[in-house]
Design a protein around this ligand. Sequence first.
Ligand SMILES: [Zn+2]
Length: 245
Amino acid sequence: MSKSRVTVFLRSLPLWLTMFLGLSMIFGSAHASYQTERPVQHNGGIVNQTYLYGEAFGSNQHRGIDILDSNGTDVYAIAAGKVVAVREYNNDGQGSYFGNYVMIRHTKQHWDSDNNSNFYIYSIYAHLKHNSVNVALNDLVAAGQQIAQIDNTGNSSGNHLHLQIVSSSSSNKNDPQEWAWSQNESINPEMWIEPFDHNGTQTATMVGRVSDSNGNKVGGKYITGVQKPPTAGGRQFWISINVQL
Ligand SMILES: [Zn+2]
């Protein structure tokens, strides 16, 4: 196997069309695709464009995405799995980073080509509404099952869901805050969650195909972008992708 680096530049687009990538596949494995459902279905869930995945927070980085919606909006499991952590012990969560949270270890594993093994995938839902969590430790949940509601508990300045996805070789993780600022195990959730369903229209758009360094198309590989709702603002990105050929 050889690795080539493919860099794609999303051309300057009108603000309402500015998009961020949503890769629909992971390259080089039979266990390739890992697409999940959206954790917020109301309005498709608008991602805060001023504090994206990887943004600096002091000397740390934001390791999830923040989905803005009103207090009490339902939150859904992004994939099937087992509840491995729940905290719901206060109203405002002051003094805690994630406030009230749920963490799920998903049934489906992900082939980690760097380590040549299957990794466990965890999702974390943070800043949840007090007394809204309706799953318990060790419960099995289905994809799309309603698990809690949005609020503003913990270190948070407005109603939103912090969604974080982590890939780990360990099957027994149970402290989501261990990964609050992890630099190397979290995955940008926008890589894996399905496209927005904004006003009834799915907004994923193919933005390019993958080519090797000679400009030849790599069969079946393509890149999709997620068109953000206009009220969410937008940015322009360089996208750098490692492809195993
Ligand atoms: Zn966040």
